[in-house]
Design a binder for this molecule. Structure first.
Ligand SMILES: [Zn+2]
Length: 164
């Protein structure tokens, strides 16, 4: 039997400030107001949600000023079934983490899919946002508790293949 220390648990934290910039600020303010706001590239017309750094990575130009409301429904483009428990996990496995292409957006967002057995989730499935109570909203996509199936017919692969 060894006396070697195999594990040490040490709480740590890092506080930092971040300047969002005008386009990300609009996105974050939209979340506070219960809106999903993206920005459109004036060159290729793609809608970015979130607008990330405020420029189109394809064209290298500044995204437009106008807000483009997307969602709250969308299409599952890819997903994974989480089967492995880990420290701090809030949901009992199995559950699904998915990339969801919100209606009107050209890039997907990551979120949970609940309200359906994990083995029934599929690419092309239509889902909608389930928001937390507005008293819990802040500048975060966590205002949406999860996405759930809409019951609409699945989207054909060719309709979202370009957004994978
Ligand atoms: Zn562009």
């Amino acid at each position: 039997m060894s006396d070697d220390v195999l594990r040490v648990r040490t709480p740590i934290g890092v506080d930092y400030g971040w300047t969002a910039g005008p386009r990300s600020t609009a996105y974050l303010q939209g979340l506070i107001d219960g809106k999903l706001l993206g920005k459109r590239c004036p060159t290729c017309t793609k809608v970015y949600f979130p607008p990330r750094n405020g420029t189109c990575p394809m064209c290298g130009v500044l995204l437009g000023d106008d807000d483009v409301e997307v969602g709250p429904a969308g299409t599952v483009t890819t997903f994974c079934v989480v089967n492995v428990p880990f420290l701090g996990q809030k949901i009992v496995p199995p559950y699904v983490a998915a990339t969801i292409l919100l209606d009107g957006a050209d890039i997907g967002v990551q979120h949970l899919i609940l309200g359906i057995d994990a083995d029934k989730v599929r690419m092309g499935m239509r889902v909608e946002a389930v928001w937390k109570d507005s008293s819990q909203w802040g500048p975060t996509l966590e205002n949406i508790d999860h996405f759930q199936p809409t019951g609409e017919p699945d989207v054909e692969f060719t309709d979202y293949a370009g957004q994978l």
